[in-house]
Write a protein that binds this ligand. Structure first.
Ligand code: FE2
Length: 367
């Protein structure tokens, strides 16, 4: 199955961060990724440094400005702190995808660019997403080098020993927007990437007594791109989405879900590597047992690792959320395993998840 716009799937995700070298170390040590390529003054890039990290089909770039004249990056960091600047979609034809997106109302960020060196060329073009992020259409079919022009062998050898995490690929990327902005960005992405709304979580579907949110999920017809968009909804206290927008100083990427084929081994390895996850109350597993769910895993083993389980349709999913990975309570990762064709996002876990988030919010005084 394929989609009309020639979208093959997620390519790399780029984070703007304070110090790329330290984040590259973190992705290497904690997430178990390999530093494959580096760009910076040593490779002819004067005003920023970037590290390109890979784990199976998961590709991450961390970039930092190194000259005060790099206003674009410093402005992002001053406002938002460390966070996701862009996610790229690998497409067969960048020009076709970009022209389609613009014809459907997408806001361009620059023009189509071709970057060349002795190893070939890559083509890319970006559109605006949320306040200060971008979706980049990307094609590197004609490039034979390590990553893309400007990148070379990682001269700073900071690859470290990490427990094998088995992470495979980006499963979905979630955005947080303000009240009444969700439908705008859902319609925008559906039009630009020729996607459709797959799930519409309405008032009362997601939330606790205290805080709640609305969420819609857009995806390509073959599900290679899946993007939920959240907005806050009336609650007795501050929604976690409101907290994100206040702390991030704007709308942006809330979390990226990383897929694994064995979540128990993945979570065990990530914990050993030092990653912190949201705590799941033990009562969650009592309820799971009472429901007499039929899953391959032993519920006590899920409890031991603090993994959440959601049954829906034919399949089920297993998932867990990290605590925010930076200094601000903004961006975090999710780890997810989909079994027997599960297409969901863990609706049955929202209650437990939100209560865990609310405990963290309360500790920060953000109610
Ligand atoms: Fe998610």
């Amino acid at each position: 199955m394929s989609n009309s716009l020639g979208i093959r799937g997620y390519d790399f995700v780029e984070f703007y961060v304070g110090t790329a070298k330290v984040w590259a170390y973190w992705f290497s040590k904690a997430v178990g990724m390999k530093i494959v390529a580096y760009a910076g003054p040593e490779t002819g890039v004067k005003d920023k440094v970037s590290y390109y990290l890979v784990k199976n089909n998961l590709k991450i770039v961390v970039s930092s400005p190194v000259k005060p004249t790099n206003y674009e990056m410093y402005n992002f960091l001053t406002t938002h702190g460390d966070g996701v600047k862009r996610w790229t979609v690998n497409v067969e034809d960048v020009e076709k995808a970009f022209k389609h997106a613009l014809s459907k109302g997408a806001i361009p960020k620059g023009t189509i660019k071709e970057h060349k060196d002795a190893d070939g060329f890559v083509v890319e073009a970006s559109i605006k997403l949320y306040d200060d992020a971008e979706i980049t259409f990307y094609n590197a079919d004609n490039y034979k080098g390590l990553f893309r022009p400007g990148f070379d062998e990682p001269r700073l050898k900071i690859n470290v020993e990490a427990h094998e995490t088995g992470l495979q690929i980006v499963d979905h990327i979630v955005g947080n927007v303000r009240e009444n902005e969700m439908d705008y960005w859902v319609d925008y992405m559906n039009a630009a990437l020729d996607m459709k709304t797959f799930i519409d979580f309405k008032p009362g579907d997601i939330g606790t007594e205290y805080s709640s949110l609305l969420s819609k999920v857009v995806r390509t017809s073959d599900s290679v791109i899946r993007n939920p968009v959240n907005e806050p909804y009336l609650g007795k206290r501050k929604s976690q989405i409101e907290e994100y927008i206040e702390e991030f100083c704007g709308t942006g990427i809330q979390h990226i879900a990383l897929r694994t084929d064995n979540i128990i081994e993945t979570i065990a390895a990530l914990r050993k590597n030092g990653i912190e996850f949201l705590d799941v109350p033990s009562t969650y597993y009592d309820i799971l047992k009472q429901r007499e769910v039929k899953i391959d895993e032993d519920i006590d083993e899920l409890k031991e690792h603090g993994i959440l389980c959601d049954i829906e349709g034919n399949g089920y999913l297993l998932q867990l959320f990290t605590k925010p990975v930076g200094d601000r309570p903004t961006f975090f990762f999710e780890v997810i395993q989909r079994k027997y064709g599960s297409e969901g996002f863990g609706k049955g876990n929202f209650q437990a998840l939100f209560e865990a988030i609310e405990r963290e919010q309360a500790a920060r005084g953000n109610f």
